[in-house]
Structures are given as structure tokens and as C-alpha cells.
Write a protein that binds this ligand. Structure first.
Ligand SMILES: [Zn+2]
Length: 190
């Protein structure tokens, strides 16, 4: 589990429970280990309504504080040669991404980014309103593309949510992932 470092093009600095995020929705400058984040985007409201992917049922378990890790090349002056160093691009702001865990065949887990999906795609004039948005994992979202409008809200129901404090303890590294593997598997309909 990655708490700090670089992940899928993002720089990561810590993970946070869903409760902390959902309890502070609508507020500006909420403190996440020293960084103020505005919890006012529609994405958070969509996740608050459901943390489950409407298609496969995988459950968003925790938020990670991340920002784009795009790097730019800067020429090093004074060397007389064309030498460059790479620096993190400025202006990429910290935000929170919701992640699920999908079990691989070898028993380890892969993080899956949760996204807000437009039921009627934007390319087909679907609106950017809450009534046209649903939670979907990035895997299902990529498979869906722009082709089909599926709205499964309220039609499919999934298993009980994981014991939340347990998940958070796991994320803090105080529990061995193996200990709760059974619990995670019950929850992931992958
Ligand atoms: Zn999915």
C-alpha cells in the first residue's frame, strides 16, 4: 500500500478515511495533514451518494491526497552543455482521489481509481448535474467509453460496506492485509 510517493502519474501524500472527507463536504480549506483542500466539487457528492461502482460493485475504500506528478525539463545553466534536470510542475493542486482495491490472482491487491461517470455522455449532450452522474470505477468507465448509457443506480444492490474503522487501520499499516483478506473479498464483487 502506497501512502507517500508516486503513483500512476500522481504524487501522493497520505491516505484519509471516507468519514473525514464526507463529514467535511461543502467546506473550503479543510485540513489534510497541513494542506487545505476545498471539498466543494460535485465528484465528492457523487461519491457520498454511493462509493460502489454501479457496474461491477467494487467499493471505494479510502481517499488519497494526490496531485499531478507531471515533470518538466529545465536546462541547467552554467555548465556550458545542454544538460537538463526534471522538476515537478508547479501549480498542480492537491486533491483527493477515491480508491478501491481489486485482488489479483497472486493474492496481492491493485488500486482502482473511482470516477464520476456521466450516465448520458457529455458528447451526447449529457448534463454535468448530479442527476446525470454516478460512481463508476475507472476500469468499467474505460470499457464503457461513449457507447452506452447505463444507469444502474438503485437497481443493483451490493454487499454490506466494509467495517470502516478496520479499513482505516489497515491503511495506517497497523494491520496485516492478510488478516482482513477475507473481509475484503466479501466486499469486492470483481
Ligand atoms: Zn467497476
Amino acid at each position: 500500500m502506497l501512502f507517500y510517493g508516486y503513483h500512476s502519474g500522481y504524487q501522493r501524500r497520505g491516505v484519509f478515511s471516507r468519514e473525514y472527507v464526507f463529514n467535511n463536504l461543502g467546506r473550503f480549506g479543510v485540513n489534510f495533514n497541513g494542506d487545505g483542500i476545498n471539498l466543494v466539487s460535485k465528484r465528492y457528492l457523487v461519491f457520498q451518494r454511493s462509493v460502489f461502482c454501479v457496474n461491477c460493485g467494487i467499493e471505494g475504500l479510502y481517499f488519497a491526497k494526490e496531485r499531478s506528478a507531471k515533470r518538466i525539463a529545465i536546462q541547467i545553466k552554467g555548465t556550458g552543455k545542454h544538460r537538463y534536470e526534471f522538476r515537478l510542475m508547479n501549480g498542480s493542486h492537491w486533491h483527493l482521489n477515491l480508491y478501491a482495491l481489486r485482488r489479483r490472482d497472486n493474492g496481492t491487491y491493485k488500486e482502482v481509481l473511482m470516477t464520476k461517470d456521466h450516465i448520458i455522455p457529455k458528447s451526447k449532450n449529457g448534463e454535468d448535474t448530479l442527476s446525470n452522474l454516478q460512481t463508476m470505477c475507472s476500469t468499467c468507465n474505460e470499457n464503457k467509453g461513449n457507447k452506452v448509457a447505463i444507469d444502474l443506480r438503485g437497481i443493483r444492490t451490493f454487499g454490506q460496506s466494509l467495517d470502516r474503522p478496520l479499513v482505516y487501520e489497515m491503511l495506517q499499516g497497523s494491520l496485516d492485509l492478510n488478516e482482513i483478506r477475507g473481509t475484503v473479498l466479501q466486499s469486492c464483487v470483481c
